[in-house]
Design a protein around this ligand. Structure first.
Ligand SMILES: Nc1nc2c(c(=O)[nH]1)N[C@H]1C(S)=C(S)[C@@H](COP(=O)(O)OP(=O)(O)OC[C@H]3O[C@@H](n4cnc5c(N)ncnc54)[C@H](O)[C@@H]3O)O[C@H]1N2
Ligand code: MOO
Ligand SMILES: [Mg+2]
Length: 423
Protein backbone atom coordinates (compact mmCIF):
# COMPACT_ATOMS: atom_id res chain seq x y z
CA UNK A 1 0.00 0.00 0.00
CA UNK A 2 1.23 3.45 -0.86
CA UNK A 3 2.15 5.69 2.01
CA UNK A 4 -0.67 7.99 3.17
CA UNK A 5 0.54 11.54 3.53
CA UNK A 6 -1.03 14.16 5.75
CA UNK A 7 -1.66 17.45 3.91
CA UNK A 8 -0.90 20.70 5.73
CA UNK A 9 -2.33 24.14 4.82
CA UNK A 10 -0.25 26.22 2.42
CA UNK A 11 0.34 28.91 5.07
CA UNK A 12 1.73 26.27 7.41
CA UNK A 13 4.01 24.90 4.68
CA UNK A 14 5.32 28.38 3.87
CA UNK A 15 5.99 29.17 7.53
CA UNK A 16 7.90 25.91 8.03
CA UNK A 17 10.06 26.82 5.03
CA UNK A 18 10.51 30.41 6.20
CA UNK A 19 11.64 29.30 9.66
CA UNK A 20 15.04 28.58 8.06
CA UNK A 21 15.14 31.69 5.85
CA UNK A 22 17.67 34.41 6.64
CA UNK A 23 19.16 37.46 4.94
CA UNK A 24 22.14 36.69 2.73
CA UNK A 25 25.45 38.44 2.18
CA UNK A 26 26.38 41.52 0.17
CA UNK A 27 28.92 42.41 -2.44
CA UNK A 28 30.08 45.68 -3.95
CA UNK A 29 29.48 46.20 -7.66
CA UNK A 30 29.89 49.00 -10.19
CA UNK A 31 26.90 51.27 -10.78
CA UNK A 32 26.82 50.16 -14.42
CA UNK A 33 26.13 46.60 -13.31
CA UNK A 34 23.55 47.58 -10.70
CA UNK A 35 20.35 47.60 -12.75
CA UNK A 36 18.07 44.73 -11.71
CA UNK A 37 20.00 43.95 -8.53
CA UNK A 38 18.79 44.46 -4.96
CA UNK A 39 20.24 47.14 -2.71
CA UNK A 40 22.46 45.92 0.11
CA UNK A 41 22.55 49.34 1.80
CA UNK A 42 20.30 52.36 2.27
CA UNK A 43 20.99 55.07 -0.29
CA UNK A 44 21.37 58.45 1.39
CA UNK A 45 21.44 61.90 -0.13
CA UNK A 46 25.02 62.84 0.78
CA UNK A 47 24.44 66.37 -0.49
CA UNK A 48 21.40 68.47 -1.40
CA UNK A 49 20.00 68.28 -4.93
CA UNK A 50 20.43 70.57 -6.69
CA UNK A 51 23.69 71.29 -4.85
CA UNK A 52 23.39 75.06 -5.59
CA UNK A 53 20.70 77.55 -6.62
CA UNK A 54 20.52 77.38 -10.41
CA UNK A 55 18.65 78.66 -13.40
CA UNK A 56 15.92 76.45 -14.87
CA UNK A 57 15.87 78.56 -18.05
CA UNK A 58 18.11 80.22 -20.59
CA UNK A 59 17.76 83.89 -19.62
CA UNK A 60 19.12 86.64 -17.40
CA UNK A 61 19.84 86.52 -13.70
CA UNK A 62 18.82 89.74 -11.97
CA UNK A 63 18.29 91.26 -8.53
CA UNK A 64 14.48 91.14 -8.34
CA UNK A 65 14.31 94.46 -6.49
CA UNK A 66 15.69 96.24 -9.58
CA UNK A 67 12.64 95.11 -11.57
CA UNK A 68 10.03 96.32 -9.06
CA UNK A 69 8.95 99.36 -11.10
CA UNK A 70 9.03 97.67 -14.51
CA UNK A 71 5.85 97.84 -16.64
CA UNK A 72 4.78 98.28 -20.29
CA UNK A 73 4.89 102.04 -19.81
CA UNK A 74 8.10 101.90 -17.79
CA UNK A 75 10.56 99.42 -19.30
CA UNK A 76 13.70 98.88 -17.22
CA UNK A 77 17.06 98.27 -18.81
CA UNK A 78 19.91 96.25 -17.31
CA UNK A 79 23.56 96.17 -18.28
CA UNK A 80 24.62 92.64 -19.13
CA UNK A 81 28.01 92.17 -17.48
CA UNK A 82 28.88 88.58 -18.37
CA UNK A 83 27.57 85.23 -19.62
CA UNK A 84 27.60 81.96 -17.65
CA UNK A 85 26.81 78.58 -19.14
CA UNK A 86 26.09 75.40 -17.15
CA UNK A 87 29.29 74.29 -15.47
CA UNK A 88 30.70 77.83 -15.09
CA UNK A 89 30.24 80.29 -12.27
CA UNK A 90 29.92 84.08 -12.43
CA UNK A 91 33.14 86.01 -11.80
CA UNK A 92 31.76 89.51 -11.27
CA UNK A 93 29.68 91.05 -8.54
CA UNK A 94 26.22 92.01 -9.81
CA UNK A 95 25.39 95.61 -8.90
CA UNK A 96 22.03 97.46 -9.19
CA UNK A 97 20.55 97.32 -12.70
CA UNK A 98 23.09 94.78 -13.85
CA UNK A 99 22.23 91.32 -15.17
CA UNK A 100 24.12 88.14 -16.02
CA UNK A 101 23.21 86.23 -19.13
CA UNK A 102 22.70 82.71 -17.73
CA UNK A 103 21.97 79.32 -19.28
CA UNK A 104 19.83 76.45 -17.98
CA UNK A 105 21.62 74.59 -15.21
CA UNK A 106 24.13 77.33 -14.43
CA UNK A 107 24.69 78.44 -10.84
CA UNK A 108 22.94 81.69 -9.92
CA UNK A 109 25.34 84.58 -9.17
CA UNK A 110 25.38 85.33 -5.42
CA UNK A 111 23.66 88.71 -5.65
CA UNK A 112 20.86 87.52 -7.95
CA UNK A 113 17.54 86.08 -6.83
CA UNK A 114 15.44 85.82 -10.02
CA UNK A 115 15.74 84.74 -13.62
CA UNK A 116 14.03 86.30 -16.64
CA UNK A 117 13.50 84.00 -19.64
CA UNK A 118 15.18 85.15 -22.86
CA UNK A 119 11.76 85.36 -24.55
CA UNK A 120 10.59 88.10 -22.14
CA UNK A 121 13.49 90.45 -22.87
CA UNK A 122 14.58 92.85 -25.57
CA UNK A 123 18.32 92.86 -26.16
CA UNK A 124 20.60 95.39 -27.75
CA UNK A 125 24.27 96.28 -28.02
CA UNK A 126 25.62 99.80 -28.39
CA UNK A 127 29.28 100.81 -28.31
CA UNK A 128 30.17 97.33 -27.14
CA UNK A 129 27.80 97.57 -24.15
CA UNK A 130 25.11 94.87 -24.00
CA UNK A 131 21.78 95.61 -22.40
CA UNK A 132 18.46 93.88 -21.93
CA UNK A 133 15.10 95.41 -21.15
CA UNK A 134 12.07 94.02 -19.36
CA UNK A 135 8.49 95.30 -19.07
CA UNK A 136 7.27 93.53 -15.95
CA UNK A 137 8.49 93.05 -12.40
CA UNK A 138 9.90 89.79 -10.96
CA UNK A 139 9.69 88.57 -7.38
CA UNK A 140 12.64 87.17 -5.45
CA UNK A 141 12.73 83.44 -6.21
CA UNK A 142 11.03 83.73 -9.61
CA UNK A 143 12.44 81.07 -11.96
CA UNK A 144 15.03 79.83 -9.50
CA UNK A 145 15.69 76.16 -9.02
CA UNK A 146 16.64 76.20 -5.35
CA UNK A 147 19.42 74.26 -3.69
CA UNK A 148 17.86 71.22 -1.99
CA UNK A 149 14.44 71.55 -3.66
CA UNK A 150 14.71 68.00 -5.07
CA UNK A 151 16.11 66.52 -1.87
CA UNK A 152 17.72 67.74 1.32
CA UNK A 153 21.04 66.33 2.45
CA UNK A 154 20.67 63.28 4.71
CA UNK A 155 17.37 61.98 3.34
CA UNK A 156 17.15 58.17 3.00
CA UNK A 157 16.04 57.88 -0.61
CA UNK A 158 16.01 54.14 -1.31
CA UNK A 159 16.15 51.37 1.25
CA UNK A 160 18.21 48.23 1.50
CA UNK A 161 16.24 45.40 -0.09
CA UNK A 162 14.70 47.57 -2.83
CA UNK A 163 15.12 46.69 -6.49
CA UNK A 164 17.59 48.85 -8.40
CA UNK A 165 15.45 50.16 -11.24
CA UNK A 166 16.59 52.81 -13.75
CA UNK A 167 15.46 55.57 -11.35
CA UNK A 168 17.58 54.12 -8.55
CA UNK A 169 20.53 53.94 -10.95
CA UNK A 170 20.07 57.70 -11.55
CA UNK A 171 20.08 58.32 -7.81
CA UNK A 172 23.25 56.24 -7.35
CA UNK A 173 25.05 58.23 -10.02
CA UNK A 174 23.75 61.56 -8.65
CA UNK A 175 25.35 60.92 -5.27
CA UNK A 176 28.59 59.47 -6.50
CA UNK A 177 27.94 55.83 -5.67
CA UNK A 178 30.38 54.52 -8.26
CA UNK A 179 30.28 51.24 -6.37
CA UNK A 180 27.27 50.12 -4.37
CA UNK A 181 26.52 47.26 -2.01
CA UNK A 182 23.98 44.84 -3.41
CA UNK A 183 22.67 41.52 -2.16
CA UNK A 184 24.81 38.68 -3.45
CA UNK A 185 22.69 36.47 -5.70
CA UNK A 186 22.14 33.08 -4.13
CA UNK A 187 23.26 30.21 -6.34
CA UNK A 188 20.51 27.65 -6.86
CA UNK A 189 21.17 24.22 -8.28
CA UNK A 190 18.61 22.48 -10.48
CA UNK A 191 18.14 18.82 -11.39
CA UNK A 192 15.33 17.47 -13.55
CA UNK A 193 14.51 13.88 -12.64
CA UNK A 194 12.72 11.40 -14.88
CA UNK A 195 13.71 8.67 -17.32
CA UNK A 196 11.16 10.05 -19.77
CA UNK A 197 12.99 13.33 -20.27
CA UNK A 198 14.58 14.44 -23.53
CA UNK A 199 16.74 17.49 -24.08
CA UNK A 200 15.35 20.46 -25.98
CA UNK A 201 17.17 19.61 -29.19
CA UNK A 202 15.99 15.97 -29.26
CA UNK A 203 13.19 14.56 -31.42
CA UNK A 204 10.20 13.06 -29.63
CA UNK A 205 10.35 9.29 -29.07
CA UNK A 206 7.65 6.90 -27.87
CA UNK A 207 6.83 7.53 -24.21
CA UNK A 208 9.24 10.44 -23.89
CA UNK A 209 8.74 14.18 -23.47
CA UNK A 210 11.08 17.14 -23.50
CA UNK A 211 12.33 18.46 -20.20
CA UNK A 212 10.58 21.81 -19.90
CA UNK A 213 10.69 22.19 -16.13
CA UNK A 214 14.44 22.71 -15.78
CA UNK A 215 14.37 25.58 -18.25
CA UNK A 216 11.24 27.03 -16.66
CA UNK A 217 12.74 26.87 -13.16
CA UNK A 218 15.95 28.49 -14.41
CA UNK A 219 13.86 31.40 -15.69
CA UNK A 220 11.92 31.59 -12.42
CA UNK A 221 15.19 31.65 -10.49
CA UNK A 222 16.38 34.56 -12.58
CA UNK A 223 13.06 36.36 -12.23
CA UNK A 224 13.37 36.02 -8.46
CA UNK A 225 16.85 37.58 -8.61
CA UNK A 226 19.05 34.54 -8.04
CA UNK A 227 21.56 32.61 -10.12
CA UNK A 228 21.11 29.15 -11.64
CA UNK A 229 23.45 26.20 -11.81
CA UNK A 230 21.86 23.53 -13.94
CA UNK A 231 23.18 20.08 -13.14
CA UNK A 232 21.27 18.25 -15.88
CA UNK A 233 18.81 15.39 -15.93
CA UNK A 234 18.72 12.38 -13.64
CA UNK A 235 17.24 9.06 -14.60
CA UNK A 236 14.85 7.46 -12.13
CA UNK A 237 17.54 5.51 -10.31
CA UNK A 238 17.86 5.79 -6.53
CA UNK A 239 21.61 5.38 -6.26
CA UNK A 240 22.36 7.85 -9.06
CA UNK A 241 19.90 10.39 -7.69
CA UNK A 242 21.35 10.04 -4.19
CA UNK A 243 24.97 10.40 -5.36
CA UNK A 244 24.28 13.34 -7.65
CA UNK A 245 22.19 15.27 -5.13
CA UNK A 246 24.69 14.60 -2.36
CA UNK A 247 27.56 15.98 -4.44
CA UNK A 248 25.72 18.87 -6.06
CA UNK A 249 24.35 20.28 -2.80
CA UNK A 250 27.88 21.19 -1.70
CA UNK A 251 28.29 23.47 -4.73
CA UNK A 252 25.19 25.62 -4.29
CA UNK A 253 23.22 27.59 -1.70
CA UNK A 254 20.11 25.48 -2.22
CA UNK A 255 19.01 22.72 -4.54
CA UNK A 256 15.82 22.27 -6.53
CA UNK A 257 14.75 19.00 -8.06
CA UNK A 258 11.67 18.50 -10.16
CA UNK A 259 9.79 15.20 -10.36
CA UNK A 260 9.93 12.00 -8.38
CA UNK A 261 8.33 13.27 -5.17
CA UNK A 262 5.05 11.39 -5.28
CA UNK A 263 4.32 7.80 -4.23
CA UNK A 264 5.10 6.03 -7.52
CA UNK A 265 7.51 3.10 -7.92
CA UNK A 266 10.12 5.36 -9.51
CA UNK A 267 9.59 8.44 -7.33
CA UNK A 268 12.92 8.32 -5.51
CA UNK A 269 13.18 11.72 -3.87
CA UNK A 270 11.58 10.60 -0.57
CA UNK A 271 14.15 7.79 -0.39
CA UNK A 272 16.99 10.18 -1.25
CA UNK A 273 16.00 12.49 1.62
CA UNK A 274 15.89 9.53 3.95
CA UNK A 275 19.27 8.23 2.83
CA UNK A 276 20.81 11.70 3.25
CA UNK A 277 19.29 12.00 6.71
CA UNK A 278 17.61 15.27 5.67
CA UNK A 279 14.87 16.81 7.80
CA UNK A 280 11.69 16.64 5.72
CA UNK A 281 9.58 19.71 6.58
CA UNK A 282 6.48 18.29 4.85
CA UNK A 283 5.60 16.07 1.91
CA UNK A 284 1.98 17.03 1.29
CA UNK A 285 0.36 20.45 1.04
CA UNK A 286 -3.37 21.08 0.85
CA UNK A 287 -2.95 22.88 -2.45
CA UNK A 288 -3.53 22.13 -6.09
CA UNK A 289 -1.46 21.96 -8.15
CA UNK A 290 1.62 20.93 -6.24
CA UNK A 291 0.13 18.88 -3.43
CA UNK A 292 3.11 16.50 -3.37
CA UNK A 293 5.68 19.30 -3.14
CA UNK A 294 8.26 18.28 -0.57
CA UNK A 295 10.82 20.44 1.18
CA UNK A 296 13.75 19.11 3.17
CA UNK A 297 16.56 20.82 5.04
CA UNK A 298 19.99 19.25 5.12
CA UNK A 299 23.36 20.51 6.29
CA UNK A 300 22.02 24.06 6.47
CA UNK A 301 20.61 23.96 2.94
CA UNK A 302 17.19 23.66 1.42
CA UNK A 303 16.37 20.74 -0.82
CA UNK A 304 13.22 21.75 -2.69
CA UNK A 305 11.47 18.72 -4.14
CA UNK A 306 9.12 20.31 -6.63
CA UNK A 307 6.58 18.23 -8.46
CA UNK A 308 7.26 16.95 -11.97
CA UNK A 309 3.98 18.24 -13.31
CA UNK A 310 4.83 21.57 -14.96
CA UNK A 311 2.06 23.69 -13.41
CA UNK A 312 2.66 22.13 -10.00
CA UNK A 313 6.38 22.76 -10.33
CA UNK A 314 5.78 26.38 -11.34
CA UNK A 315 3.45 27.10 -8.43
CA UNK A 316 5.71 25.30 -5.95
CA UNK A 317 8.59 27.57 -6.92
CA UNK A 318 6.61 30.79 -6.65
CA UNK A 319 5.02 30.11 -3.28
CA UNK A 320 7.89 28.28 -1.55
CA UNK A 321 11.25 29.04 -3.19
CA UNK A 322 10.71 32.68 -4.15
CA UNK A 323 10.19 33.96 -0.57
CA UNK A 324 13.41 32.26 0.56
CA UNK A 325 15.30 33.90 -2.31
CA UNK A 326 13.75 37.30 -1.61
CA UNK A 327 14.65 37.02 2.07
CA UNK A 328 18.26 36.29 1.12
CA UNK A 329 18.02 39.43 -1.04
CA UNK A 330 17.08 41.47 2.07
CA UNK A 331 13.43 41.94 1.10
CA UNK A 332 11.08 42.69 3.99
CA UNK A 333 8.17 41.58 1.79
CA UNK A 334 9.38 38.31 0.33
CA UNK A 335 6.06 36.78 -0.69
CA UNK A 336 4.11 37.28 -3.91
CA UNK A 337 2.11 40.50 -3.85
CA UNK A 338 -1.63 40.02 -3.42
CA UNK A 339 -4.54 42.01 -4.86
CA UNK A 340 -8.28 41.45 -5.09
CA UNK A 341 -9.96 40.98 -8.46
CA UNK A 342 -13.20 39.72 -9.96
CA UNK A 343 -13.12 36.31 -11.56
CA UNK A 344 -14.02 36.77 -15.22
CA UNK A 345 -15.43 33.28 -15.74
CA UNK A 346 -16.92 30.43 -13.72
CA UNK A 347 -14.58 28.02 -12.00
CA UNK A 348 -17.16 25.57 -10.79
CA UNK A 349 -15.06 22.55 -9.85
CA UNK A 350 -14.96 22.34 -6.04
CA UNK A 351 -11.79 21.15 -4.36
CA UNK A 352 -10.97 20.39 -0.73
CA UNK A 353 -7.54 21.97 -1.29
CA UNK A 354 -6.56 25.59 -1.97
CA UNK A 355 -6.45 25.96 -5.71
CA UNK A 356 -4.01 28.18 -7.59
CA UNK A 357 -5.50 29.00 -10.96
CA UNK A 358 -2.98 30.24 -13.49
CA UNK A 359 -4.54 33.42 -14.80
CA UNK A 360 -4.15 36.65 -16.66
CA UNK A 361 -4.91 39.82 -14.74
CA UNK A 362 -6.62 42.53 -16.73
CA UNK A 363 -7.11 46.16 -15.79
CA UNK A 364 -10.61 47.11 -16.97
CA UNK A 365 -12.87 50.12 -16.49
CA UNK A 366 -14.73 48.02 -13.90
CA UNK A 367 -11.54 47.26 -11.98
CA UNK A 368 -9.19 44.29 -11.91
CA UNK A 369 -10.40 41.08 -13.53
CA UNK A 370 -8.68 37.71 -13.45
CA UNK A 371 -9.16 35.36 -16.39
CA UNK A 372 -8.08 31.73 -15.94
CA UNK A 373 -5.55 30.76 -18.63
CA UNK A 374 -7.25 27.86 -20.37
CA UNK A 375 -6.28 24.26 -19.60
CA UNK A 376 -5.59 24.49 -15.89
CA UNK A 377 -4.64 21.02 -14.71
CA UNK A 378 -1.55 20.18 -12.69
CA UNK A 379 0.14 18.73 -15.78
CA UNK A 380 -0.66 21.78 -17.96
CA UNK A 381 2.26 23.55 -19.53
CA UNK A 382 0.86 25.79 -22.27
CA UNK A 383 -1.37 27.89 -20.00
CA UNK A 384 1.72 28.97 -18.07
CA UNK A 385 2.80 31.01 -21.06
CA UNK A 386 -0.23 33.28 -20.83
CA UNK A 387 -0.31 33.64 -17.04
CA UNK A 388 0.88 36.58 -15.01
CA UNK A 389 -1.08 35.83 -11.85
CA UNK A 390 -2.35 33.03 -9.65
CA UNK A 391 -5.97 33.23 -8.55
CA UNK A 392 -6.22 31.72 -5.06
CA UNK A 393 -9.45 29.78 -4.52
CA UNK A 394 -9.67 28.58 -0.92
CA UNK A 395 -10.51 24.89 -0.55
CA UNK A 396 -14.07 23.92 0.25
CA UNK A 397 -17.14 22.35 -1.20
CA UNK A 398 -18.22 25.07 -3.57
CA UNK A 399 -16.98 26.29 -6.91
CA UNK A 400 -16.53 29.92 -7.87
CA UNK A 401 -18.59 32.06 -10.22
CA UNK A 402 -17.93 34.74 -12.78
CA UNK A 403 -17.79 38.03 -10.85
CA UNK A 404 -16.76 36.52 -7.50
CA UNK A 405 -14.18 38.60 -5.64
CA UNK A 406 -10.99 36.54 -5.27
CA UNK A 407 -7.42 36.95 -4.07
CA UNK A 408 -4.82 37.12 -6.82
CA UNK A 409 -1.06 36.70 -6.47
CA UNK A 410 0.98 38.70 -8.98
CA UNK A 411 3.84 36.91 -10.71
CA UNK A 412 5.41 39.70 -12.70
CA UNK A 413 5.52 42.41 -10.07
CA UNK A 414 8.69 43.12 -8.17
CA UNK A 415 6.72 44.33 -5.16
CA UNK A 416 6.09 41.70 -2.55
CA UNK A 417 3.83 41.12 0.41
CA UNK A 418 4.67 40.41 4.03
CA UNK A 419 2.30 37.49 4.30
CA UNK A 420 -0.44 36.70 1.76
CA UNK A 421 -1.78 33.60 3.53
CA UNK A 422 -4.49 33.21 6.14
CA UNK A 423 -3.11 33.56 9.65
N1 LIG B 1 -1.21 7.37 -6.43
C1 LIG B 1 -0.91 8.66 -6.51
N2 LIG B 1 -0.44 9.15 -7.66
C2 LIG B 1 -0.12 10.45 -7.77
C3 LIG B 1 -0.33 11.30 -6.67
C4 LIG B 1 -0.81 10.76 -5.46
O1 LIG B 1 -1.00 11.49 -4.47
N3 LIG B 1 -1.08 9.44 -5.44
N4 LIG B 1 -0.06 12.64 -6.81
C5 LIG B 1 -0.26 13.13 -8.14
C6 LIG B 1 0.09 14.49 -8.18
S1 LIG B 1 -0.97 15.55 -7.42
C7 LIG B 1 1.18 14.95 -8.85
S2 LIG B 1 1.46 16.61 -8.97
C8 LIG B 1 2.15 14.05 -9.48
C9 LIG B 1 3.52 14.41 -8.98
O2 LIG B 1 4.44 13.55 -9.48
P1 LIG B 1 5.98 13.68 -9.19
O3 LIG B 1 6.29 14.95 -8.57
O4 LIG B 1 6.39 12.44 -8.54
O5 LIG B 1 6.58 13.80 -10.65
P2 LIG B 1 6.81 12.67 -11.71
O6 LIG B 1 6.01 11.48 -11.39
O7 LIG B 1 8.25 12.52 -11.90
O8 LIG B 1 6.21 13.38 -12.99
C10 LIG B 1 4.88 13.81 -13.04
C11 LIG B 1 4.56 14.27 -14.45
O9 LIG B 1 5.36 15.37 -14.81
C12 LIG B 1 6.15 15.09 -15.97
N5 LIG B 1 7.47 15.69 -15.82
C13 LIG B 1 8.37 15.31 -14.90
N6 LIG B 1 9.50 16.04 -15.03
C14 LIG B 1 9.29 16.89 -16.04
C15 LIG B 1 10.08 17.88 -16.65
N7 LIG B 1 11.33 18.14 -16.22
N8 LIG B 1 9.57 18.60 -17.67
C16 LIG B 1 8.29 18.32 -18.11
N9 LIG B 1 7.50 17.40 -17.56
C17 LIG B 1 7.98 16.69 -16.54
C18 LIG B 1 6.22 13.61 -16.01
O10 LIG B 1 6.52 13.11 -17.28
C19 LIG B 1 4.85 13.21 -15.49
O11 LIG B 1 3.90 13.30 -16.52
O12 LIG B 1 1.90 12.72 -9.13
C20 LIG B 1 0.51 12.35 -9.18
N10 LIG B 1 0.38 10.96 -8.94
O1 MOO C 1 0.51 17.94 -6.73
MO1 MOO C 1 -0.55 17.72 -7.89
O2 MOO C 1 0.05 19.03 -8.74
O3 MOO C 1 -1.66 18.53 -6.74
O4 MOO C 1 -1.75 17.85 -9.05
MG1 LIG D 1 5.73 10.56 -9.79
Amino acid sequence: MAERRKPIPIGEAVSRVMSFAAPGTKEKIHVNDAYGRTLGEDIIAVHPVPPFDRSPYDGFAIRAEDSAQASRGNPITFNVIETVGAGSVATKEVKPYEAVRIMTGAQLPDQCDAVVMLELTTESTEDGVSTMTIKRPFQPGDNVSFKGEDTEQGAVLVKKGELINPGVVAVLATFGYEYVYVAKKPLIGVFATGSELLDVHEELQPGKIRNSNAHMIAAQIERAGAEVKYFGKLEDDLERCYQSINEAAAEVDMLITTGGVSVGDFDYLPAVYEKLGAEVLFNKIAMRPGSVTTVAHWEGKYLFGLSGNPSACYVGFEVLVRPVVKTLLFSAKPHLPKVEARLSEDFLKPNPFTRFVRSKLNITTEGLKAAPSGFNKSNAVTSLATSDALVVLPGGTRGYKDGDLVDVLLLESYEGSEWPWEK
